[in-house]
Each structure stands twice: as structure tokens, then as C-alpha cells.
Design a protein around this ligand. Structure first.
Ligand code: ATP
Ligand code: MG
Ligand code: MG
Length: 351
């Protein structure tokens, strides 16, 4: 069988490896950190940094195709890898999603609606942008933010100086605050032959910037549901994308607003493990391995709940709970805010 190289050894790399193993494929993880969660279930692990060209080259030679579980892969590492093995979803998807400004420009050019935004590189630029966009607004670092990190809310223009100081000199983007009723996401896949398949949109609830629960089905009219799926397909096609993508949306009375895209399997798609014959991880492996996409139709209602930090104290109870599928990532150390696992609660008899 062939071997899939995966950049990143976190829980997403782990669940991708499990899905690959079920298809008779092997995975080779590349991860700078020690003891990554994916190491337990992968066929091989390389522990090296992303500027180690020799290690990257040897890794690329040992695999048939390369994918990734996070979007912040340095361009120089891609240069080395791409010369040896195909990398999917690919360079363009990474370039677009590594920078919130590039991403919003791309989405706007596609004709999709985003929050109003402006690039911020000085305190004066922030004052000018606030005068135009108004408050409330959110200042975000353009790169490397996740789980709500690198963001500062601006309720009134008097908050501007502190918010700008919080960015610590990093290039930033100001976004107008979207008055949404709720948040949903579409997990969609595109195969090498260009065919596209989307999972049913899920409804997401965040707490302290971190995803808490995803519920399917989401509260959407049938028009909103097809809108969500069609706009996701438009994004995948525009990028000539291969693999699974997560598209986060705000639902407003005026329509769907795209918050951000993630060029990888996505936390809000974990429900598919127990709600579909083919889950997002297998769908991604199928796509990057050049297989046809599988049947991602939802066969039951599901509520996914993340287990974060001390939620691990509830594991014994959760293990005994009926209709509750437990997924743990094997992380040795519990830390506040750290994603340790998740549960999928099957809403039996509902579909
Ligand atoms: P992730 O972990 O999903 O990558 P992130 O750190 O990239 O998160 P965002 O998704 O940009 O951050 O923002 C986190 C949450 O903050 C959103 O899901 C939403 O609830 C809220 N939020 C972000 N931007 C806006 C906005 N412009 N208007 C209103 N709420 C927002
Ligand atoms: Mg994000
Ligand atoms: Mg987000």
C-alpha cells in the first residue's frame, strides 16, 4: 500500500492516521514537537523542525503524497517538499489561509460576503479604520491566530490604543463586529478529479474563543443550507483544491457571512465520525490519495462536545453514558484550554 505523509502530529494528524490505517494505508508524521498525539497510531514519525531541509527531503522521499493538519507551514519547507512529492490541498490554499488579509481579499474577489475589514500596520491606521468601520470591532493578528488567540475586542474608540498594543507589533486586521444570530460551518471535500462533496452544515458554539459544541443539523432554512454548501464549493473550485476544508460562517438576517476558512480537517467536522458512513478524516485521505470521495450523507443527528482541560475528569462518566461515542487524543498532560478529546452524542431515532 502507499504511504501518506502528514505535516503535524496533533489530534487531527492522529485521526487522519487512524482513517488511513482503516483503508490499508500507512502514515508518516512530520512533527517538531516531542511525543505528538499522532505518534501512537502512525507507521513512522520524523521529529525535526520545518527548516531542516535534509529531514524534510528524507521525509518526502519516504511517502507517496503529503498533506497537513495545520496551515502554518513555512514556504521554504513547501519548496523542499513539493520538489519531491505532491502536496495536497496545495500551496495556493496555504498562501490564502495563512494570512487573514489575503484570505478576506480572496473571499471578497470571489463575490462572497465577509465582515468589513482593513489592514492595520500603525496606531494611526487603526484610528482611521475605526472611523470608517465603527465599533464594536475586533482587531486580529493577520497570521498564526487560533482558538481566539491574538484578538482584541474594541467596544469604543477609547479601547484602540490598548488593542493596538496587544498586537505587539504584529501585522493586524480590523474587522467590523458581525451581529450574527448563530455560527455554522461547512466541511467540504474536493477530489483530484474535481468532484465536490459537502457534509451537512453544523452549528457551532464557542466559549472563550474555543469551539465547545457542534450540533447537526444546524438551524438553517433550506435556502441557507444550499447557499452554505454552494459557497463552500465555489471556494474549493477557485483554489483547485484537493482534500477537506472547513468554512466558518456567520448566519445573519442579510445572509451568510464567511468568517474564515481552514485548509484541513476541522474540529467542527468531528461529528462526522459517528454521523456518517464516511467521516471527514477518511474523506480527506481518500481525496489526497486520489481515491473517489465516499458517502458523507448524515444518517443521524449528533451533538459533538469538545473535552477541554479539566473536562477529562468526566471521562469515566462519559464512557458509561448511552449513545455517547468517546474520542480521546492520548495527550499525557492536561492543561487549561487544551483540547484533550471530544464526544459525539448520537441523537438516536433522529435524522
Ligand atoms: P479558530 O480556532 O476557529 O481558528 P480563530 O482564532 O481563527 O479561531 P476566529 O474564528 O476569527 O478566530 O474568531 C473566533 C470567534 O470569535 C468566532 O468563531 C466568532 O465567534 C468570534 N468572531 C470572530 N470574528 C468576528 C467578527 N468579525 N464579528 C463577530 N464575531 C466574531
Ligand atoms: Mg482560525
Ligand atoms: Mg474560527
Amino acid at each position: 500500500g502507499s504511504t501518506i505523509g502528514i505535516l503535524g502530529g496533533g489530534q487531527l494528524g492522529r485521526m487522519l492516521s487512524v482513517a488511513a490505517a482503516r483503508l490499508g494505508l500507512r502514515t508518516h508524521i512530520y512533527e517538531p514537537g516531542a511525543n505528538p498525539p499522532a505518534a501512537d497510531v502512525a507507521h513512522a514519525v520524523t521529529t525535526a523542525s520545518y527548516d531542516d531541509a535534509a529531514a524534510l527531503g528524507a521525509f518526502a522521499k519516504s511517502v507517496d503524497v503529503i498533506t497537513y493538519e495545520f496551515e502554518n507551514i513555512p514556504t521554504q519547507a513547501l519548496d523542499v517538499l513539493e520538489a519531491i512529492a505532491p502536496v495536497f490541498p496545495g500551496r495556493e490554499a496555504l498562501r490564502i489561509s495563512q494570512d487573514r488579509l489575503t484570505e478576506k481579499d480572496f473571499l471578497s474577489e470571489l463575490g462572497l460576503t465577509t465582515a468589513p475589514y482593513k489592514a492595520i500596520d500603525s496606531a494611526e491606521a487603526l484610528d482611521a479604520a475605526l472611523a470608517e468601520i465603527g465599533t464594536p470591532a475586533i482587531l486580529k493578528t493577520r497570521r498564526f491566530g487560533y482558538d481566539g488567540k491574538g484578538q482584541a475586542r474594541i467596544s469604543a474608540s477609547s479601547d484602540a490604543a490598548q488593542a493596538f498594543a496587544d498586537m505587539a507589533g504584529a501585522p493586524a486586521i480590523l474587522e467590523g463586529f458581525v451581529d450574527f444570530s448563530h455560527e455554522v460551518s461547512v466541511i467540504a471535500a474536493r477530489a483530484l478529479d474535481g468532484s465536490v462533496s459537502a457534509f451537512d452544515p453544523g452549528e457551532n458554539v464557542h466559549k472563550d474563543g474555543i469551539l465547545r459544541t457542534t450540533t447537526v443539523p444546524a438551524r438553517l432554512s433550506s435556502a441557507q443550507r444550499s447557499d452554505a454548501v454552494l459557497l463552500a464549493a465555489r471556494i474549493l473550485n477557485a483554489l483547485n483544491y484537493v482534500g477537506v476544508m472547513g468554512v466558518e460562517l456567520f448566519v445573519t438576517p442579510k445572509g451568510l457571512i464567511v468568517n474564515e476558512i481552514a485548509p484541513r480537517v476541522h474540529n467542527s467536522g468531528h461529528w462526522t465520525q459517528n454521523g456518517c458512513a464516511i467521516d471527514q478524516f477518511e474523506q480527506h485521505i481518500r481525496a489526497v490519495a486520489g481515491w473517489p470521495l465516499g458517502d458523507g450523507q448524515r444518517h443521524t443527528d449528533v451533538v459533538m462536545e469538545n473535552l477541554i482541560g479539566d473536562d477529562m475528569d468526566r471521562v469515566a462518566d462519559l464512557a458509561a453514558e448511552p449513545d455517547c461515542a468517546l474520542h480521546l487524543y492520548g495527550k499525557a498532560e492536561v492543561k487549561p484550554g487544551r483540547k484533550m478529546g471530544h464526544v459525539n452524542r448520537i441523537q438516536r431515532g433522529k435524522a
